[in-house]
Design a protein around this ligand. Structure first.
Ligand code: AMP
Length: 418
């Protein structure tokens, strides 16, 4: 029986990879320009990092983690997100001793056992950026500005920035109680999961997609009406700095984000082109995460962008396929040997070159050059080669010229690498 990939785990094929590399390279370029450094963290962590960091009563920890025991009986989990691991690395390697402020980003796969559908997979890729060690609302907006700048640079349009304040451990418990009282009166409308959430973590009911649950919370009290004066002040400053940065936002009092560690600022960038899974990216402040995972009182803020959703929104017309710079059509005998020498030399110079290894007819070789969308073709005929010459054909304009074989590298460098 043919072995297939696991459900929800995708291959990213060569014809799509150009977009992925473009997105990744743009992220690196922009984030580093904003003073961020890359960090690479393990894919496996101890389970308690996520259960304590993300919160026991969240969907991710309750239902979605790939958790298993290793051969020594340790409970390990495939990372469902990167923030907790980045915070762990910052503490473990005492990055704060060099400078208390760390601006870090990371790219890579995350794993959640969710129901696969369009825009939702079990292995998916995220780009994460985090700032540890600054509680000032200025940095909230610095991070949001970097995010929006990045999304625009990769060609996304019609985006909406939504913000909310989730309060802090001082003011949120009061809101939680209000919400619980409100929803207890409507508990008959709640699905089985939300009946349970009502006891364990009523804020998570906002994330539920079941229609009757959505109806039940429609008139629920808003977290932003319960935040303490310090959180209110923080939120006002965020709004002011957003305006100073020229960023348009919408207040979304229902956005609570699916992870427990968020405090104060929460934000999402949504695209209505995406249907129900419309959040391209989400993030916020998490000033308690470090304490949850056993560290000191260190504030943090960051975001995670879903690569698959981002890529599905990118402009279709942009060309990302890696086209060969040159296709060498050799006409047999000595020309084949010459072609082989040329291709090896050009590859060392970074010129993408393709060759026909099968000794096919010129016509079929040119057909392949066309199919591969090669920019130039070098036609090596025995007669010309005796004179040390070859024909270089521009595959777009169809014009051709005879050039000395010895000049090929310098001619191509001018034409394709500039
Ligand atoms: P979260 O870590 O849940 O805040 O998600 C951040 C971003 O990751 C979302 O806005 C999505 O773009 C993406 N994302 C989250 N879960 C999935 C998934 N199962 N499949 C694909 N993308 C996802």
């Amino acid at each position: 029986m043919e072995i297939k990939a696991i459900r929800g785990f995708n291959d990213i094929l060569p014809d799509e990879i150009g977009k992925w590399q473009f997105v990744e390279n743009t992220a690196r370029e922009i984030f580093e320009g904003f003073g961020f450094s890359e960090i690479r963290i393990p894919i496996l962590e101890r389970t308690e990092l996520f259960s304590r960091g993300i919160g026991e009563a969240t969907d991710i920890v309750e239902k979605e983690m790939y958790t298993f025991s290793d051969r020594s009986g340790n409970s390990l989990t495939l990372r469902p997100e990167a923030t907790a691991s980045m915070a762990r690395a910052y503490l473990e390697h005492q990055l704060y001793t060099f400078d208390p402020v760390a601006k870090l980003y990371c790219l890579g796969p995350m794993f959640r056992y969710e129901r696969p559908q369009k825009g939702r997979y079990r292995q998916f890729y995220q780009i994460d950026a985090e700032v540890f060690g600054v509680g000032n609302p200025m940095v909230d907006v610095e991070v949001i500005l970097m995010l929006i700048h990045f999304l625009r640079r990769v060609g996304l349009e019609k985006l909406e920035l939504q913000i909310n304040s989730l309060g802090c451990p001082i003011c949120r418990p009061r809101y939680r109680e209000e919400l619980k009282t409100f929803l207890t009166k409507r508990s008959f409308q709640l699905c089985e999961d939300c009946q349970r959430r009502l006891q364990t973590n009523p804020l998570r009911i906002f994330d539920c997609k079941v229609e009757t649950c959505q109806e039940a919370i429609a008139d629920a009290p808003k977290v932003s009406d319960f935040i303490c004066p310090e959180c209110q002040d923080h939120f006002e400053k965020v709004k002011k700095y957003l305006e100073m940065a020229g960023l348009v936002y919408i207040l979304n009092p229902r956005m609570v984000r699916g992870l427990d560690y968020y405090t104060r600022t929460a934000f999402e960038v949504v695209s209505y082109q995406l249907g129900s899974q419309n959040a391209v990216t989400g993030g916020g402040r998490y000033d308690n995460l470090f304490q949850e995972i056993g560290g000191m009182d260190i504030p943090g803020i960051g975001f995670a962008i879903g690569m698959e959703r981002l890529i599905s929104l990118m402009p279709k017309e942009k060309e990302f396929i890696q086209r060969p710079h040159l296709f060498i059509a050799a006409m047999g005998g000595e020309t084949q040997r010459e072609a082989y020498q040329i291709i090896n030399q050009l590859h060392l110079e970074g010129i993408r070159t393709e060759l026909d290894y099968e000794g096919k007819s010129l016509k079929s070789q040119m057909r392949r050059a066309d199919k591969l969308k090669a920019r130039y073709a070098l036609i090596l005929g025995e007669e010309e080669l005796k004179r040390g010459k070859a024909i270089l054909r521009n595959m777009e304009t169809k014009s051709q010229e005879e050039i000395p074989v010895g000049d090929l590298l310098s001619v191509l460098k001018k034409k394709v690498l500039l």
